[in-house]
Design a protein around this ligand. Structure first.
Ligand SMILES: C[S@@+](CC[C@H](N)C(=O)[O-])C[C@H]1O[C@@H](n2cnc3c(N)ncnc32)[C@H](O)[C@@H]1O
Length: 299
C-alpha cells in the first residue's frame, strides 16, 4: 500500500491492505458517526476523516490501551520512549545496527516471558504501564496475541516502535475525540443504532483463535440477525469462500482480492486473499464493479 496512513501497532487481522478501499467507501457513505464495532488495533478508525468515531472492542486490554492514549497520553508516550532508551541506549549513547537492535528486543522479550510477571512493566494495577506493555508486546511480536517474538526474518521490531513513537502525537489527537466502548458487538450495535450511524464490522476469523475473544458460528448467525434489522448503515468484511459464512450471509455485495502479507494464516507471501463485503448502502465504485464482474458462483 502506498498511501501514508496512521497505525498504532501490528495486530493480527489488521486491515492494512483493505484500508484505502474501506476509508473511501466509509467516507462516501455520508454518515456522521462510524462505530468500529470490532476495533482491534484501531487502524480503520485512525484513518477516517470528517466523522465522529466510536471505537469498540470486547478485549479489555485494547480498550485500556485507547483509554490511556486518550486520558494519559503524555505519560504513556514518555514510558514508551523510556523503554526504547533502556533497551537501545543503556550506556547513554550507543548507536546500534538494525540487526543487533532486533536481537536486543527479542532477548528482552524472551527474558520477560521466562521470568513470569516479575518485570516492572507488568504491574497490572497501573493502567498506563499495562497500556505501554500492550503496545510494546504487539509491536515486537509476530502473529497471535503478541506471544510469538519476531526473528531476523521479519521487519525490525525496533522500527515498528519507532514509527509508533513518531506518529504518536497525531494518533493521540485523533483518539482524544473518540468515544471508547468495551462491549460485546450485540450491545454496542443496540446502543448506537440510528440512521446517522455506519457500523464497520470486521469480526474475528471463523475457526481461528487469534484473539482473546473469538467467534463461534452462532455469533455469526446473531450478527446476521442484527444487521438485518439495523436502522444504520453497515459494511461487513469476511474471508470469501467459507461455506458457513455464505450459508449465513448469502451472496456478498462484492468480492475483492488483496495481496496477502500476513503469514499468520499459513499463506505464502505472494498469495492473494479474497474478501467478501456485505453492505446495505450504495457505493458507486463497487456497484459499477459488480455489474461488470458478477461472481459466477451461485450461493
Ligand atoms: C479482525 S479483528 C479487528 C481488526 C481491526 N479491524 C484492525 O484493523 O485492527 C476482530 C476483533 O474483534 C474483537 N472481538 C471478538 N469478539 C468480540 C465481540 N463479541 N464483540 C466485540 N469485539 C469482539 C477481538 O478482540 C478483535 O480485536
Amino acid at each position: 500500500m502506498t498511501m501514508d496512513y496512521l497505525r498504532l501497532m501490528k495486530y493480527p487481522g489488521a486491515k492494512t491492505a483493505m484500508l484505502p478501499e474501506l476509508t473511501r467507501i466509509i467516507g462516501g457513505s455520508g454518515c456522521k458517526v462510524v462505530v468500529d464495532v470490532f476495533g482491534g488495533s484501531g487502524l480503520v478508525s485512525l484513518n477516517l476523516h470528517g466523522v465522529s468515531v466510536v471505537y469498540n472492542d470486547l478485549d479489555p486490554e485494547l480498550y485500556n490501551l485507547f483509554l490511556q492514549i486518550k486520558n494519559n497520553s503524555s505519560r504513556l508516550k514518555r514510558l514508551l520512549i523510556q523503554r526504547m532508551d533502556e533497551l537501545f541506549h543503556p550506556g547513554g549513547k550507543e548507536i546500534l545496527q538494525n540487526r543487533s537492535r532486533n536481537e536486543i528486543v527479542r532477548k528482552a522479550l524472551i527474558q520477560r516471558a521466562s521470568s513470569g510477571h516479575s518485570n516492572k512493566y507488568e504491574t497490572k494495577s497501573d493502567p498506563v504501564l499495562r497500556a505501554e506493555e500492550t503496545l510494546f508486546r504487539f509491536n515486537v511480536s509476530f502473529g497471535g496475541l503478541g506471544k510469538t517474538y519476531s526473528t531476523d526474518r521479519e521487519k525490525s521490531p525496533a522500527r515498528y516502535i519507532e514509527k509508533t513513537i513518531a506518529q504518536y502525537d497525531m494518533i493521540s489527537a485523533r483518539v482524544h475525540n473518540w468515544r471508547l466502548e468495551n462491549l460485546d458487538f450485540r450491545s454496542v450495535v443496540e446502543k448506537y443504532d440510528s440512521s446517522e450511524v455506519l457500523f464497520y464490522l470486521d469480526p474475528p476469523y471463523p475457526g481461528k483463535e487469534w484473539y482473546n475473544f473469538n467467534f463461534r458460528d452462532d455469533d455469526f448467525r446473531e450478527l446476521k440477525l442484527l444487521i438485518d434489522r439495523v436502522a444504520g448503515q453497515y459494511i461487513l468484511n469476511v474471508d470469501d469462500n467459507i461455506p458457513m459464512i455464505t450459508g449465513i450471509f448469502g451472496r456478498p455485495t462484492f468480492l475483492r482480492s488483496y495481496p496477502s502479507n500476513n503469514r499468520n494464516d499459513g499463506s505464502r507471501p505472494e498469495e492473494s486473499k479474497k474478501k467478501a463485503f456485505y453492505m446495505n448502502f450504495d457505493d458507486p465504485v463497487s456497484s459499477k464493479d459488480i455489474k461488470s464482474k458478477r461472481p459466477r458462483r451461485s450461493y
